[in-house]
Design a protein around this ligand. Structure first.
Ligand code: FA5
Ligand code: MG
Length: 452
């Protein structure tokens, strides 16, 4: 591993991303293994499973009603990602432990909603779809990667442009034009709930909010039908004995700062309820702030990677980043044939190697001098990041296996188990030892821990 690229040396400098120079400040916390992947843009790479998933979703939201944006830069302002959407000042998503910053007011978007306000402001179409790479500091395992992909969709109606200003009627009439489906939908909750899922009383009549919610729900149910009937067909092709359970979905109340009421859509697939997307009635403040106060509508955001894993039965999210022909060739020409998906055939699994790292966190009172962090500052995501920056995609997962506080000294001990395993080759023992020593060294240097 190239330690000269350790991120500590880059605080208060500049960073080159895809040919552009950005000035950083003390908020900079984005390692090179993340920056280096920004140009990859898997969501538009021909015949990549993430891109195929995007195309399937696009087929449900046709142009020109929906305008497609697939090339928006991942570097956005704190205003775009948080403030414009009504995130409170102290929202945990803003923390450096969760988000990759270039500087205090510039970051790698954590969701496609970062572009909601500007797209409403541009006002170029009734609806839109945005697909994009998004970045979150997160744990390491087979379904989590610090970069994943989302698709955001929205549909708006303008009170000033519908007959008699009757926006509810216009929405119901658009809903009538949508196809129907015959899947089972559980939707036990009323369209709004005074506490849990409030109507935006100042802005919407109950009948308007009901109309928006109904159009939203039908649209997204149709999307799920498109995705999951293809997944079932692929499963059936791989295994003619596969009996597909009837598709079931359910609507669950939830909260987002930028929609109300809000829901998550869950799908029953492979014996489990799976959270597929978040959505809701757009907060009117966002339209007002974007200079289009007469519009009302809905928005949703869906994760593409987990859907792609499910469509193709891809067992490990790291595979999306593989440039190995044994992976990529399996999807050749699929984008021209969205009705003929084939399941991924895993190539043989290479041996893995577990190694533990145990350490005492620096005691709170002794923190100072060269000690850069203490027990209060240390976050799970910090070790995840160190492991990634050292071993890249050669690590399958990292788990906290033990944690205790020494009864007399009050010091905290932690033990993490790192599973080193490449998807593409067998790692040598020397290689993993070098990785592991490096992890310990950076932990010590950056967090002042004492390796046990
Ligand atoms: C959001 O990101 C909201 N912006 C979604 C939204 C848009 C709500 C518009 C309302 C209106 P959330 O963090 O729950 O919400 O992520 C949305 C979806 O992204 C999830 O349902 C899931 O499918 C996917 N997702 C979230 N985190 C991950 C992850 N770490 N890895 C893979 N997929 C993820
Ligand atoms: Mg969620």
């Amino acid at each position: 591993p190239d330690t000269s690229r350790d991120l500590q040396t880059e605080k208060s400098g500049t960073v080159n991303i895809d040919g552009h120079i950005y000035i950083t400040d003390s908020w900079f916390n984005t390692p090179h293994n993340i920056l280096d992947k920004i140009p990859r843009r898997l969501h538009v790479q021909k015949d990549h499973p993430v891109s195929i998933t995007r195309q399937i979703i696009q087929s449900v939201f046709p142009e020109p009603t929906y305008k497609y944006y697939n090339n928006l830069s991942p570097i956005v302002s704190t205003y775009q990602n948080f403030d414009s959407l009504g995130f409170p000042e102290d929202h945990p998503g803003r923390a450096k432990s969760d988000t990759y910053y270039l500087k205090k007011d510039l970051l790698l978007r954590t969701h496609t909603s970062a572009h909601q306000a500007e797209t409403f402001r541009a006002n170029l179409s009734d609806g839109y779809l945005i697909s994009a790479d998004v970045y979150r500091r997160d744990e390491i395992d087979r379904s989590h990667y610090p970069i994943f992909h989302q698709m955001e969709g929205a549909r708006s109606w303008d009170r000033a442009k519908v007959p008699n200003g009757d926006v509810a009627k216009a929405i119901w009439s658009d809903l009538e034009k949508l196809p129907k489906h015959d899947i089972e939908v559980q939707d036990p909750n009323p369209p709004f709930h005074p506490k849990k899922n409030p109507l935006q009383e100042a802005h919407h009549s109950p009948s308007e909010a009901k109309a928006i919610a109904a159009h939203l729900k039908r649209s997204l149910e149709l999307m799920v039908v498109q995705i999951f009937t293809r997944a079932q067909a692929a499963a059936k092709k791989a295994d003619p004995d596969y009996v597909h359970e009837p598709l079931q979905v359910r609507w669950v109340e939830t909260y987002f700062p930028f929609t109300s009421p809000s829901w998550e859509l869950e799908v029953y697939y492979g014996g489990d309820w799976l959270e597929v997307l978040g959505c809701g009635v757009v907060k009117q403040e966002i339209y007002i702030e974007a200079g289009v106060p007469d519009q009302v509508g809905w928005a949703f955001g869906i994760g593409l990677d987990r859907i792609a894993m499910l469509l193709f039965q891809i067992p490990d999210i790291r595979l999306f980043w593989s440039e190995d022909a044994r992976f990529l060739n399996q999807f050749r020409n699929v984008s021209a044939n969205l009705n003929q998906l084939r399941r991924f055939k895993p190539f043989s699994k290479y041996p893995g190697c577990y190694k533990d790292v145990s350490f005492w966190l620096a005691p709170t009172s002794a923190a100072g001098g060269n000690v850069k962090a203490n027990a209060h500052d240390f976050h799970d995501n910090d070790i995840m990041e160190i492991v990634r920056s050292v071993a890249g995609d050669a690590v399958e997962d990292v788990k906290l296996v033990d944690e205790f506080v020494h009864p007399s000294t009050g010091r905290k001990s932690m033990c993490y188990r790192i599973n080193y395993r490449s998807l593409e080759r067998t790692l040598t023992n020397e290689e993993t030892n070098v990785y592991h020593a490096q992890v310990a060294e950076i932990l010590t240097r950056r967090f002042g821990v004492e390796i046990r």
